[in-house]
Design a protein around this ligand. Sequence first.
Ligand code: DLL
Length: 430
Amino acid sequence: MFWQKEIETLSRDKLSALQLERLGRTLARVYERVPFYRKAMDGNGFRPEDLRGLKDITALPFTTREDLRAGYPDGLLAVERTEAVRLHTSSGTTGKPKAIFFSRRDLDQAAELLARCLVMTGTGPGDVLQNMMTYGLFTGALMMHYAAEKVGILVIPSGPGNTERQLDLMRDFGTTVLHITPSYLLYLADYLARAGLDPARDLKLKRAYVGAEPYSEETRRKIESLYGIDIYNSYGLSEMNGPGVAFECAGKQGMHLWEDNFLMEVVDPETGRPRAEGEAGELILTTLNREAMPIIRYRTRDITSVISEPCACGRTHRRITRIAGRADDMFIVRGVNIFPQQVERVLMAVSGVAQNYQIILDSYDQMTVRVEIQREVFDGHVEHLIRLKNLIIDRLRSEIVVRPEVELVEPGSLPTFEGKGKRVIDRRTM
Ligand code: DLL
């Protein structure tokens, strides 16, 4: 099923031509209206009319999150403030948030993109979507909310938290689709198990859209089998509308990135130089269809690669692979670069492991992984526990090279998260 079949299946040639045309318009627009971009282009001796092909974009500097912060509150606006109708912010760990403005047209466009995602994965009128992302300055819930209404889906704007009430809503209104972070979905699975509920028997769930933070394929598989539903990976960031930038189709082999709206590049995160096709690197995005706040060559810090092979679903927009991690999330132990997802991937594939874990960094030589295990295992034989612990240590060592300390802890004993999780506790002084 398609929402906008013509554009979703546009030939590659036409898609590239459309990108070039939109890129030209975007560059002209920001050159004229945003001093920051005019300066950047002048500094590189580039004028919008110099644009000949999509590759020419590499002549322009990147936009970083620091640039957005420096422009706070409205330095990068390309319309009058009165033409903006919505503000979202995205806060990092430090400093001022990034403020992103949307015009009426931008919001319509963002909803169109997410409507494509909903319909692509089989959701439509008759479905009931429980929107368990946070409503507010975060883009997650509101963007999905309006897109689902546009498609004609009944939306329950529950937001996150109050898990007992969430369950009541699911039961009373026959929720078929969840929109949720992986952290909260893992917690919910644990909660259901403790409440003695079997989702397949007691709920009407068919699928969940899961994103806003990295998670591994192993976690997806684990949750799919716990719930008996389909999990679709959803990628996006506030700077580029929020959710709906890239989304999995039914094939679940990578996420289609809507190339009529975003131009993607993949670069070496250290040098900023382009990666060869299919190689992993940092995703760089340029908005091609935004009015209020176009952003050129944005450094997402997210590590992925492009899948250029045609997809069985017929969509021509190329796919990106599951985000391996944020360049910023990577940590180093004994000189080895490690992403939290590597640890997660190992843990979630071990039987007996429950849903929650934590990584503690006390020194540059040692990491400790605390992992909740299932109740039956926790209360079982001590030899079994020792075997399980050794198995986890071995598997982690072969994945991340470093041999970690592993602590098996009681289910329900580690902090839980209703939004994005924080699983790495770095106690080292810099
Ligand atoms: O998290 C937008 C969103 C909401 C996406 C709901 C999907 C679903 P921010 O708060 O600005 O926006 O955070 C964006 O989250 O740069 C990635 O590092 C990470 N991220 C988002 N989706 C995924 C995903 C929203 N599916 C940042 N896999 C991004 C891995 C993800 N990381």
